[in-house]
Design a protein around this ligand. Structure first.
Ligand code: PLP
Length: 403
């Protein structure tokens, strides 16, 4: 047997791990309602806009299948810099690095910054790669708390307590996955006030859901930072509805020029992995450069599906939720003690008996996510209603069976 590294053997990605039993059921001929994956394309009515698809196809037709520059196509970097600048900070073309999605940007950032013994401070619960990847570089992810009974707002006291010189990255996911919390100007300023006391620390601002803010409070972290270095992350996956294109970016905001060496390391890593997909970059460029009025209709669909879920949850005994301010997730609390103590058992049993697929909350944080599940509310109204009918039936059945 060829040995596998500990690093690979310990990786977990809850969102896709639950797909394994779902596939087994599908192989037996069952149809599964999948509310587990944050992919708008998996649901009706939220297609990638045609002008972006055309631009991608046109690029292929012109034969643009070659490698492109390692930091991204010049035109795309320009369009991203303009877009980021419109969010309130001075983003230059050279501040932008195009990657194979935010996911690759994260791997590059971690590889460029983390060393044995260093730490990443990330919200708990959080999108799983923030926990999985840092350990590959000998670093450790420490969670700071989100307040589960206050709309999952950031617990700043907890951040203060956990900051030290080994914390190299302070992560904010805004709007948050999995809770949907949106941090506004006051909160971002508090975060910056803490970070500015720690000269080794860079803020990672994952703003991939910024165009799906229903609270009206979202603000770019870079736009408020006067001294703290910030790496803003965004891309085509969520707000432009094209996650399979695998295009995202990091934009470096460095008011005091403390990231010069880090920038060099990032550029070396980017060159060593060649480039991001060339025609997909052209598709994203079309999205950035064309009229974006189409986004409103996509967003209003997402918003009405959000409302349906809130209304349904309100009427189901055994569920509670803090209304999310953005993104397309709800982090739902299981109030029945039988399930609150084992959210994974709830998800697996619901899948087995009712063929509805959710993700267990503990997959987003063993401690802070326990007793919850994450629901993606992108499915059409009819599908969501069927899913909630089944969840309700399941909770009733097991409540009476267990009492
Ligand atoms: N960041 C967050 C917070 C996410 O929720 C996701 C996907 O679900 C990603 C990044 C992945 O981004 P990309 O598709 O650009 O790799």
């Amino acid at each position: 047997m060829i040995p596998v590294s500990d690093r690979a053997a310990s990786i977990q990605y809850a969102i896709r791990d639950v797909v394994v039993p779902a596939m087994a059921l599908e192989a037996e001929g069952h149809e599964i309602i999948k509310l587990n994956i944050g992919d708008p394309i998996a649901y009706p009515g939220l297609a990638t806009p045609p002008h972006m698809v055309e631009a991608y196809k046109d690029s292929l037709s012109r034969g643009e299948s070659g490698y492109s520059p390692s930091y991204g196509l010049a035109k795309l970097r320009e369009a991203i810099a303009k877009d980021e600048s419109s969010k309130g900070w001075n983003c230059a073309v050279d501040d932008v690095y195009v990657c194979h999605g935010v996911t690759e940007a994260l791997q590059i950032i971690f590889a460029a910054i983390l060393e044995e013994g260093t730490k990443v401070l990330a919200p708990g619960p959080h999108y799983p790669p923030y926990m999985a990847y840092p350990q590959m570089y000998g670093a450790q992810t420490i969670e700071y708390g989100l307040k589960s009974d206050e709309g999952w707002a950031i617990d700043f006291e907890d951040i203060e307590c956990k900051m030290d010189d080994d914390v190299r990255l302070l992560v904010i996911i805004n709007p948050n996955n999995p809770t949907g919390n949106v941090a506004g100007k006051i909160e971002i300023n508090k975060l910056l006030a803490i970070a500015e006391k720690w000269p080794n620390c860079v803020i990672v601002a994952d703003e991939i859901y910024d165009g799906l803010d229903f609270s009206g409070n979202h603000v770019s972290v870079s736009s408020l930072s006067k001294s703290t270095p910030v790496i803003s992350l965004n891309g085509v996956s969520k707000v432009y509805y094209a996650p399979g294109w695998r295009i995202g970016y990091m934009a470096l905001h460095d008011p005091l020029k403390v990231m010069v060496d880090l920038r060099d390391g990032i550029e070396r890593l980017l060159r060593s992995r060649l480039c991001a997909s060339t025609p997909a970059q052209m598709g994203y460029l079309a999205g950035l450069e064309s009229n974006r009025s189409w986004m409103e209709s996509h967003k209003s669909k997402v918003k009405s599906r959000r409302q349906l879920c809130l209304d349904r949850i309100e009427g189901i005994e055994g569920l509670e939720v803090e209304a999310p301010g953005g993104a397309f997730y709800m982090f739902v609390r299981l109030t029945d003690i039988n399930w609150a103590v084992d959210d994974k058992a709830f998800v697996l049993k619901l899948l087995e008996e009712e063929h509805v697929l959710l993700v267990h909350g503990s997959g987003f944080s063993t401690q802070k996510g326990a007793g919850h599940f994450r629901l993606v509310y992108l499915a059409d109204e009819a599908t969501l209603n069927i899913a909630f009918d089944r969840i309700d039936k399941f909770l009733v059945r097991h409540r009476s069976a267990k009492e």
